[in-house]
Design a protein around this ligand. Structure first.
Ligand code: NAD
Length: 273
């Protein structure tokens, strides 16, 4: 049951499933979750400066003894660090907290004004091999077009809220056409009860003898998304990665396609300043 990898536009390989650690605030929880994930075969961890847990992720990685080149570590530039110099400084601070000398993926967390200058700093760090792939998060089509019109390197990833009740169909298509990988955050709708209780998803879970969480994660995988479900419970960490031994049919994918409610949980990316 190995987790497959995808190839980003620059040829960098990235595990299609990783562990998210948003809102995991206790050192012991972070370290335990990362340890359990690595034991379960995860190699990709998604953190961010604003999660205030990079230090604990770094400790867990160091203690794991897993060779650095087998891991895929993502972090993100916070809005307060927009701009060229700030981005370089913030990136180095992130590396220091993680005890790493390079990142696999660095993302601009939100399209806050100044993201073009931040991107130029990231292009430079990418050229220096300090970041193996660069991308954005919460960018909508308008932000992507604006960024691409002004910079040399296209983002390799856009990490955006995506789940069966917020499927992002237009953005998904745009990303595909532009060879930018769609990475889903909040892939389980952040655990909201109405999604996990959805009738169609429960029927599919019953049919495949899987949990609703596994049906949802499998749906993301078959949509060619990268997915980073979060849990701090060992059984769920294992469960969430155990989605490579079954397939949803085209018809089942269509059944999920029509339950979209265009129901966003996060802030609107256009309201960031
Ligand atoms: P998620 O959709 O991964 O939901 C996590 C919640 O779902 C858990 O807290 C738990 O309540 C529930 N859950 C997890 N596994 C389950 C299971 N097997 N069965 C039942 N319930 C289960 O939400 P998330 O944590 O917000 O998103 C995942 C990751 O995406 C984050 O940890 C973070 O790394 C990233 N993220 C990025 C942004 C961004 O702005 N770029 C925003 C939010 C999250």
């Amino acid at each position: 049951n190995q987790i497959p990898s995808v190839l980003l536009a620059n040829g960098k390989s990235m595990p299609q499933l990783g562990l998210g650690v948003f809102k995991v605030n206790q050192a012991s929880d972070v370290k335990q979750a990362v340890k359990w994930a690595l034991e379960a075969g995860y190699r990709s961890i998604d953190t961010a400066m604003i999660y205030h847990n990079e230090q604990w992720v770094g400790e867990a990685i160091a203690e794991s003894g897993i060779p650095r080149e087998e891991l895929f570590i993502t972090s993100k530039l916070w809005n307060a660090d927009r701009g060229y110099d700030q981005t370089k400084r913030a990136f180095q601070e992130t590396l220091n907290r993680l005890q790493l000398d390079y990142l696999d993926l660095y993302l601009i967390h939100w399209p806050a004004p100044g993201y073009v200058e931040s991107w130029q700093a990231m292009e430079e760090l990418y050229g220096l091999d300090k970041i193996k792939a660069i991308g954005v998060s919460n960018f909508e089509i308008s932000h992507l077009k604006n960024l691409m019109a002004q910079t040399a390197i296209k983002p390799m990833v856009d990490q955006v809220e995506t789940h069966p009740y917020f499927q992002q169909k237009a953005l998904h298509q745009f990303l595909k056409e532009n060879d930018i990988f769609h990475e889903a955050w909040g892939p389980l709708g952040q655990g909201q009860a109405n999604l996990l209780q959805d009738a169609v998803l429960n029927e599919l879970a019953e049919k495949h003898q899987k949990t609703v969480a596994q049906i949802i994660i499998r749906w993301h995988i078959q949509r060619d998304e990268i997915v980073i479900p979060k849990s701090i419970h060992q059984n769920r960490i294992i469960e969430n990665a155990n989605v490579f031994d079954f397939k949803l049919t085209a018809e089942e994918m269509n059944q999920i396609a029509v339950i979209d409610k265009n129901q966003r949980h996060s802030h609107d990316p256009n309201d960031i300043d």
